[in-house]
Structures are given as C-alpha cells and as structure tokens.
Write a protein that binds this ligand. Structure first.
Ligand SMILES: [Zn+2]
Length: 106
C-alpha cells in the first residue's frame, strides 16, 4: 500500500462528524488503518481505572483516529482547504503540492 498523502505535522480540517469545520495539526499517521490522529480533535472521554502506577482513576481525554477521507489538508501558502497532488521532478524526486495553487506542501 502506498503511503498516505497526509503526513505528520500537516494542518488539516475535519470534513464530517462532530468536529466538522475544525482544524488541527496531525500528530500521528496510522498508514495501515488509513487514519490520522489530530491534536485535540475527535476527542473521546475515556474512563481510566486507578492503577497502582497512577494511583488515581478518572476521565481522560483521548484523541481518536480519524479516517483520512474525512479530513482535508489546509494549504499553508493560501490558508485554503485543498487536495494533495504530486509533482515529479526531472531527477525523479516526488514532492507534494497543493492542487489548488500549486504551492509546495512538503
Ligand atoms: Zn494552495
């Protein structure tokens, strides 16, 4: 399977669900699941049981993975939502580009 078009540290906007319209920075990419984890988005409250290690239980916030199909990259050059394209240089180097303005996303 080819790598995902979205990379860690990309700024993305959520297209569907309860966080629709919100944006955040990708903190982790899960290529095998086709999902990304975005800082502070798609947060689930998890009940954590007290353990000997932590000595306290309670509710913790956990960022849940979001399918890449549900997010769009925000182009840093124009601050617009876009799709990721690829440009192949003459030497074979592939760079990620914004499909809207052609700006470099790498
Ligand atoms: Zn752009």
């Amino acid at each position: 399977m080819a790598g995902l078009k979205i990379k860690k540290d990309d700024t993305v906007q959520v297209l569907t669900g309860k966080d629709r319209g919100k944006d955040g920075v990708v903190s982790r990419v899960l290529p095998t699941q086709g999902k990304v984890i975005v800082d502070g988005l798609n947060v689930a409250k998890k009940h954590q049981r007290a353990t000997r290690a932590t000595m306290q239980g309670g509710i913790i916030d956990k960022d849940m993975p979001i399918p890449v199909a549900n997010v769009a990259v925000i182009c840093p050059s124009g601050n617009h939502v876009t799709r990721v394209g690829y440009k192949v240089d003459t030497d074979g180097t592939k760079t990620r580009v914004c499909k809207k303005c052609g700006g470099d996303l790498s």
